[in-house]
Design a protein around this ligand. Structure first.
Ligand code: SF4
Length: 313
């Protein structure tokens, strides 16, 4: 069985959490192109170079643990790294005391119009009737020019140079088929992720996206119709020049949020601030939805416990 620490899998991350502002992972992924242009033409984009993924390379496990050299050798990278996943974690930007950062978790968006699929000449990437975009690695194998990596504007596909195949998040399709929500959603201790269908009007996802309009796609201008939606962060109020709190100004510049989530972020923030204030003295359906006191509401129509379905696992 293939393991995630096997050779070739070094750059395969199903989800990565970027600190924003920052260059992200792979480095400068937002500038690499892909998706669809305004006239509906596929934008090829570029494939990140090895140094954009970075990493610490191989560590001398054998020598340290089994080489009989005692404490004279250490688990240190042979080449000092200059980039890697989470390289900029919690760095942020801004002038003290108005410094700021926030997190943007990134995974495959299971796009409505996936440019990765359109670019694959082998037809190895398809979108099923559930909306899940998957890679058939038997069709993809021995690919030497992974156009899918170039065409995905989110750089959510990674190329495994050992097996010559592409990898990406498949939304835990095998778990969904058994009625179990994806692992990231079920295991997130912060209750930060929901899954659901947009056409299920009473479901939390449809409510957050369609009714309250507080969940927005990332870089919708890239034209792929991303199906991962983000609730923009509410930052503490900024300090004024005299050190006083300025409640009208957020520490996170609005332009930064508009750049990521589009113009709809203004209305989303207004709704979130209003409902939060209302919840402090009374009730708010939206805040109760976001607090998710019953964590099972995160799981949408896939509420089964893995141990029910696979007791032997
Ligand atoms: Fe394809 Fe996922 Fe990239 Fe969308 S985000 S283009 S579905 S790899």
């Amino acid at each position: 069985m293939l393991r995630t620490n096997d050779r070739g899998m070094e750059r395969v991350w199903w989800m990565k959490v970027n600190t924003v502002p920052g260059r992200g992972y792979p480095r400068d992924w937002e500038t690499m192109g892909g998706g669809w242009d305004a006239s509906g033409q596929l934008v090829r984009g570029v494939r990140p170079a090895a140094q954009d993924y970075g990493g610490i390379g191989e560590l001398p496990y054998e020598e340290v643990f089994y080489g009989g050299k005692g404490t004279s050798v250490h688990l240190a990278p042979k080449v000092v790294p200059s980039w890697g996943p989470n390289w900029e974690e919690d760095t942020g930007a801004g002038e003290y005391p108005n410094s700021y950062f926030f997190y943007v978790p990134r995974l495959c968006n299971h796009c409505w119009n996936p440019s990765c699929a359109a670019a694959c000449e082998k037809g190895a990437i398809t979108k099923d009737d559930q909306g899940i975009v998957t890679i058939d690695q038997s069709a993809c194998s021995d690919c030497v020019e992974p156009a899918c990596v170039e065409a995905c504007p989110y750089k959510e596909i990674t190329y495994d140079e050992v097996r010559r195949v592409a990898w990406k998040c498949d939304l835990c399709a095998a778990r969904l088929a058994d009625g179990i929500a994806p692992a990231c959603i079920r295991q997130c201790p912060g209750r930060a992720i929901w899954i659901g269908r947009l056409d299920e009007e009473d479901g939390p996802v449809a409510q957050l996206v369609g009714r309250w309009k507080v969940a927005l796609p990332l870089h919708a201008e890239w034209g792929t119709g991303p199906h991962v939606y983000y609730i923009p962060p509410l930052a503490p109020a900024a300090f004024g020049s005299g050190g006083e709190v300025d409640p009208a100004r957020s520490r996170i510049p609005l332009d930064e949020l508009r750049r990521l989530f589009g113009a709809g972020v203004d209305g989303a923030l207004e709704t979130l601030h209003r409902e939060r204030a209302q919840r402090r003295t009374g009730s708010s359906e939206l805040m109760d939805l976001l607090i998710a006191p019953r964590w099972q509401t995160l799981l949408g129509p896939w509420p089964k416990d893995p141990s029910e379905v696979r007791p032997e696992a």
